[in-house]
Design a protein around this ligand. Sequence first.
Ligand SMILES: [Zn+2]
Ligand SMILES: [Zn+2]
Length: 140
Amino acid sequence: MNEWEWTVNESGELVKTPIDPNQPKVRKPNPPRRMRENSKYEHGNHLRYYTDGCRCDDCRRAATLYAKQVRHKRYQTPFSEIPHGTKNGYANFGCRCEPCTKAMRAYARQYPESPEAKAKRNERKKAKRALEKANRQTSV
Ligand SMILES: [Zn+2]
Ligand SMILES: [Zn+2]
């Protein structure tokens, strides 16, 4: 089965993007940190956030709102179009059919061993240590 997901393209439109399971995941380069000087978009436009890399409060808020809409749109995907039996179907499309639930469970089972999970655990440990340290300092 061909897996796909909704993604936002360069011009900020929602596009169906096929996921090739044989292709190793490549991290997309981050959008340029430095803002483009003559943005076509106003602040508070999610396109300014996505295409021009503006991270001001207004643009960030617009991008968050837009991401919410993307999720909402995904959740409205007709049942027949959802890539069932995949973690994608469960997590991104909110499908709770048996094959999707099973795929998610399988993923969750192997998740603790994934580098992603290890990195997260490390981060949490670090945060906890920092908090304990801060508490110690304030209690003295
Ligand atoms: Zn902005
Ligand atoms: Zn499903």
